[in-house]
Design a protein around this ligand. Structure first.
Ligand SMILES: Cc1ncc(COP(=O)(O)O)c(C=O)c1O
Length: 461
């Protein structure tokens, strides 16, 4: 009741000057009033010609990196946000774009990190380099908390500084001679890291795709699960569930078909479960719930969206010892080699935080954080539904996927930013299958989400 009451109360004030008013919001723990944010804008201006250096090294640019289109999606969204602020310096910009968390980290978790941090100032508590694979206690807690009865063991788990970093490290393991498939639309790190590794051909402007990547179309028509009968065999299949950006979580039956497809083709699935704890129905939270998955899948996961660790940095990747390359060599041994070469282990302070996340109090606190964002999701879904839009996702993910049929995603992004000062993410930034959609993130202070919904109603009513 209070949710919708809050929503309608906040909508009473609908004058556009409210956009410029100071905001007050209720954080989950306390009521705080904040003055309009003073944002230090870094102006990106090109260097005057005479100051430009004419000296060039003899090193040629990595041809694979030069294949990448424009910037990585989220820096591009941030660039447009900064340009908007230059145009409207007093605008109360609300960001429901990038998908960064906003709510404070629960005290039970920060206290453990503070304790570990202070301990570093003592002889007994000091520790330097740790095991590259992560601390034993954390690996054991991850194994029992998330994979208790799934046959995943402590030494199958590699603790990391986040899922994105592990996606790239996995790409280094695979090298440049593999082929890959992605859901279309999908989180951009899979495609971009694949391009950088040289697994792809050039970007083809007419179809908005890189050559040699298999784009597995995921649309409302196929329930956001690809028609595997039309998907070509690739070595690697990136699959994210709950999906960023569509918010769709795959069913047990769909994942069973995916595992069978991988096994039939001798492919490896890289399963991104960064949002698994947002699942509120009986859909699988891990690919390893599917029988046989240990022989074909790797799973990467993260504390970022559960505990507000986007800045703290902590994640993990499961590479089961049963997963073998075609010559019988364990994938985990090569991953271990890359981790030892390219990474020196997650921060010991972050790992103390991770361990606290997995204590009974920590798990409860994370559920509370997730519950808060899911309430935001409900408010956003409600709003777009009431405006007559077709809305997807939201139920098992902190993302709402809104359909603007026949319209260009960047145009809708610009229209929303220009007219409401709200930053969203254009669906086409996640692949050509995202054209005509906008992703609205539920990561935000409640008051900002309510205010954003009020503005959406003003714009589209
Ligand atoms: C699907 C998906 N995977 C991975 C990540 C990155 O997570 P991390 O912060 O652990 O690097 C994100 C972040 O938004 C994501 O959406």
């Amino acid at each position: 009741m209070s949710l919708m009451n809050n929503l309608s109360t906040s909508m009473i004030s609908s004058s556009s000057s409210a956009f410029l008013a100071p905001i007050s919001f209720n954080s989950r723990t306390q009521s705080v009033a904040v003055p309009p944010k003073i944002i230090n804008i870094v102006r990106c201006v090109s260097t005057p010609q005479e100051q430009q250096t004419t000296y060039k090294t003899n090193v040629s640019r990595n041809a694979n990196i030069s294949k990448l289109q424009a910037g990585y999606l989220f820096p591009e969204v941030a660039r447009r946000r900064a340009a908007h602020l230059l145009k409207y310096p007093n605008a109360q910009v609300i960001s429901l774009g990038i998908g960064d968390t906003t709510e404070p980290i629960p005290d039970v978790i920060t206290s453990a990190m503070a304790k570990r941090s202070h301990g570093l100032s003592t002889l007994e508590g000091y520790s330097g380099y740790g095991a590259e694979q992560g601390e034993k206690a954390l690996r054991a807690a991850l194994a029992s908390t998330f994979y208790g009865n799934l046959g995943i063991e402590e030494d199958d788990i590699f603790v990391s500084d986040g899922a994105k970093c592990d996606i790239s490290r996995l790409q280094v393991v695979f090298g440049s001679n593999v082929t890959m498939a992605v859901q279309d639309p999908s989180y951009p790190a899979y495609v971009d890291s694949s391009v950088i590794m040289g697994q792809t051909g050039q970007f083809q402007k007419d179809v908005e795709k890189y050559a040699d990547i298999e784009y597995m179309r995921c649309t409302p028509e196929n329930g956001f699960f690809p028609d595997l009968s039309t998907v070509a065999r690739t070595d690697i299949i990136f699959f994210c569930s709950p999906n960023n950006p569509t918010g769709a979580a795959a069913t047990r039956d769909q994942l069973t078909r995916l595992v069978k497809f991988a096994k039939d083709n001798g492919s490896i699935i890289v399963y991104d479960s960064a949002y698994a704890l947002y699942i509120s129905d009986d859909k699988p939270r891990s690919i390893f719930e599917i029988p046989g998955a240990k022989e074909v899948a790797i799973e990467t996961a993260s504390f970022s969206k559960y505990a507000g660790f986007t800045g703290v940095r902590l994640g993990w990747t499961v590479v089961p010892k049963q997963l073998l390359f075609s010559d019988g060599f364990p994938v985990a041994k090569d991953f271990n080699r890359i981790v030892c070469t390219c990474f020196n282990g997650a921060s010991n302070i972050s790992q103390a935080g991770g361990l606290a996340c997995l204590s009974p109090e920590g798990l409860e606190a994370m559920q509370e954080v997730i519950g808060f964002y899911k309430e935001n999701t409900k408010i956003i879904v409600e709003t777009f539904n009431s405006l007559g839009f077709k809305v997807y996702g939201g139920q098992n993910a902190p993302y709402v996927w809104v359909h603007f049929p026949g319209r260009n995603s960047w145009d809708v992004f610009s229209e929303i930013l220009e007219k409401t000062h709200i930053v969203t993410t254009p669906g086409s930034g996640f692949g050509p299958g995202g054209e005509g959609f906008i992703r609205v993130s539920a990561f935000g202070h409640r008051e900002n989400v309510l205010e954003a919904c009020r503005r959406f109603k003003q714009l589209y009513n």
